[in-house]
Ligand binder design. Structure first.
Ligand code: PLP
Length: 452
């Protein structure tokens, strides 16, 4: 056993602030380091604003979720949802952990191939696959998840053209007790379309039904919805066996587990109320185990968990540009990052911590981004200690969707660093420049010359 390192004791001042029903309000407590690296140093080296991802946290999250499902059910496979965060370095961390890839577009499919994922381990979802996309995925033996009848018919033609059977699953939507029902993707369970699609596939001799898929929604706060969805898909699978003698190899329960963010308008904080992965795992695996499959027919359980695995591994560091008083007397602070790189601030009240120690005093503050548009509001109301120009903050839980949905608008997109398990900060995407923005622009010749 290696010798344990000595760590000197530290005394930390407790800053309790106003209490909530769960005790002290810690929001205004400073966060000075991420995985042992000083926020100040990161900003000094890579600029502000800056996205920071913790590799340690991603791996921890993945291992915990994988363990949670594998302890409860014998056949489990995760596939990383590319659109949640498709920086190649991030995808590779998940693939190193054993995750397959789940993609919803051709460029994501190509990315997964380039990242070295065997094509048979790339799940191709989404309503918009062209004939070319389908042909490629079919020749590669990637599982194709059919979204609508038109796609089903096109696939039959493609199978005939290629002269081979194509492995498919159908996406199913259903009433899970959570409204509104996401019924725009896939075939509906209750109105019989899912069963109709199954029959059409089984009766064709060109398509091979290997799986059933659903993705019931995102940021789902009720594990029971997964229990209902699992039961319905298991019921379909059992009926496929009964009616056609065919064993469905896998059931893919999609993603949607809530991350620990706080939804706007939610009374309690996300960290206090969001179900744990264990609760989702209980709901899903109990339904699978109680569905009545003979042991030899137990399907593989696929999961396409996105946000719950990465959100809390992502941070956005930024700096204060200025303070001002609004006409109604409220304090306003303008930050150097806006909604163009923090898209999820439209529906979440992100936790934001100062990156330096301050006194115990806090004040209700409106936090604005730097963009010249009125909707650039990061938090409508947050209790923060006084921040001066140049002071820094850390936004929590931005690992999911912010980077993939970000855009250059008024400001360029910041650099992104991954802190590895040795505490080294690796740039995994560079700060954008004017060249990045203009790379694909073309100038008609007659517009070259201006004369002012
Ligand atoms: C977006 C998406 C996911 C991931 O969803 P999360 O809410 O991030 O877990 C999984 N599967 C499909 C089909 C998706 O579209």
């Amino acid at each position: 056993m290696s010798k344990k390192q000595y760590e000197r004791p530290v005394i930390q001042q407790l800053r309790t602030g106003i209490t909530s029903k769960f005790g002290a309000a810690f929001e205004s407590q400073a966060l000075t380091h991420i995985d042992g690296v000083a926020v100040k140093d990161l900003i000094k080296e890579f600029g502000s604003p800056l996205f920071v991802l913790s590799e340690r946290k991603i791996r921890e999250n993945f291992k915990a979720a994988n363990r949670s499902f594998k302890n409860r059910y014998p056949k489990v496979q995760f596939a990383w949802s590319y659109k949640t965060n498709y920086l190649n370095a991030i995808c590779k961390v998940f693939h190193q952990e054993g995750s397959w890839a789940e993609v919803v577009s051709r460029f994501e499919y190509d990315k997964a191939i380039k990242n070295g994922v065997p094509p048979s381990k790339i799940i191709f979802n989404g309503p918009d696959k062209t004939d070319k996309d389908l042909e490629l995925a079919a020749s590669n033996h990637s599982p194709i998840h059919i979204d609508h009848f038109d796609e089903l018919y096109r696939l039959k033609e493609i199978a005939e053209k290629l002269g081979r059977k194509i492995k498919v699953a159908i996406r199913v939507n259903m009433d899970t007790g959570v409204y509104p029902v996401w019924d725009r993707f896939g075939f509906n369970y209750e109105n019989g379309q899912a069963w109709e699609a199954i029959q059409k596939i089984i009766n064709s001799d060109t398509l091979d039904l290997v799986g059933l898929h659903t993705h019931i929604g995102t940021y789902m706060l009720t594990p029971n919805a997964y229990a209902v969805a699992s039961s319905k898909l298991c019921y379909l699978a059992i009926n496929v066996k009964k009616s056609f003698g065919k064993v469905v190899e896998y059931i893919d329960m999609g993603g949607g587990f809530a991350s620990k963010n706080t939804l706007k308008g939610m009374y309690l904080k996300g960290v206090d109320v969001v179900p744990s992965v264990d609760e989702y795992a209980d709901a899903i695996t109990s339904a699978f185990l109680n569905a009545g499959f003979p042991t030899e027919d137990l399907p593989f359980l696929y999961l396409e968990t996105g946000r719950a695995l990465i959100d809390d591994a992502g941070f956005l560091l930024g700096s204060v540009i200025a303070n001002k008083r609004l006409s109604d007397g409220r304090k306003a602070t303008i930050m150097d990052f806006g909604v163009n790189i923090m898209f999820t601030s439209f529906w979440f009240d992100h936790k934001i911590s100062p990156a330096q120690q301050s006194g115990g005093y806090t004040e209700d503050t409106v936090l604005y981004g730097p963009l010249c548009m009125n909707i650039d509001v990061l938090r409508e109301n947050i209790s923060l200690p006084p921040l001066n120009t140049g002071d820094q903050v850390v936004v929590h839980h931005v690992g999911a969707y912010n980077i993939t949905q970000s855009m250059q608008f008024i400001s360029m997109r910041p650099a992104i660093v991954l802190i590895d398990r040795n505490g080294k900060a690796n740039v995994i995407r560079k700060l954008e420049t004017l060249e990045t923005l203009e790379k694909d622009e073309l100038m008609p010749e007659y517009l070259e010359k201006i004369d002012l």
